[in-house]
Design a protein around this ligand. Structure first.
Ligand code: ZN
Length: 177
């Protein structure tokens, strides 16, 4: 694989809404290859999730999942999952505040409220439609990756900018995970 760079905060590509995969291409080899490429990049950069937009591909596809991840030591495992043209159709009213990071904003974290439960609809890499209720950390990851498809980054959702800072600095002073 030729590794693509991660678009970092400041790169306008990160702010462009991604386009849907046309219906006839869902389940195609082309989309399966994109999913494979995303899993490879997620592993290479050590993320818990990655959206196509983060490697300069403006399409509504993201992947996530991990056995364990040093960036989120208290969490996991989450099954390796790909979502094509996903939509969050339901958000719980209960929110959880947690420190969140991003491969595009490496080294920085901030506290972001996310719905505790969501219902998400879309297609998997085989082209099969799904509707799933997701909760907890996985729901956070899906909301984070969904934001990338809409040109949003977690920093846009930090309620109190005083919680925004360098991970290693935050870790010295409080429990980040
Ligand atoms: Zn991100």
């Amino acid at each position: 694989m030729s590794t693509r760079p991660i678009s970092r905060l400041g790169n306008p590509q990160l702010r462009e809404p991604s386009v849907e995969i046309p219906a006839e291409k869902i389940g195609s080899t082309e989309v399966k290859n994109l999913v494979k490429l995303l899993f490879e990049h997620m592993a290479h950069y050590g993320g818990v999730g990655i959206a196509a937009a983060q490697i300069g591909i403006n399409k509504k596809v993201f992947v996530y999942g991990f056995e364990s991840n040093p960036r989120y030591p208290g969490q996991g495992p989450v099954a390796m999952t790909a979502m094509i043209n996903p939509t969050i159709v339901e958000y719980s009213k209960q929110h959880i505040d947690m420190y969140e990071g991003c491969l595009s904003v490496r080294g920085l974290r901030g506290q972001v409220p996310r719905s505790e439960h969501i219902t998400v609809e879309g297609f998997d890499e085989h082209g099969k439609a799904f509707s799933r209720k997701i909760s907890g950390f996985e729901a956070r990851v899906v909301q984070h990756e969904m934001d990338h498809l809409n040109g949003l980054v977690f920093v846009d959702r930090i309620k109190d900018l005083k919680t925004f800072g360098f991970s290693d600095e935050l870790q010295k002073h409080l429990v980040v995970d």
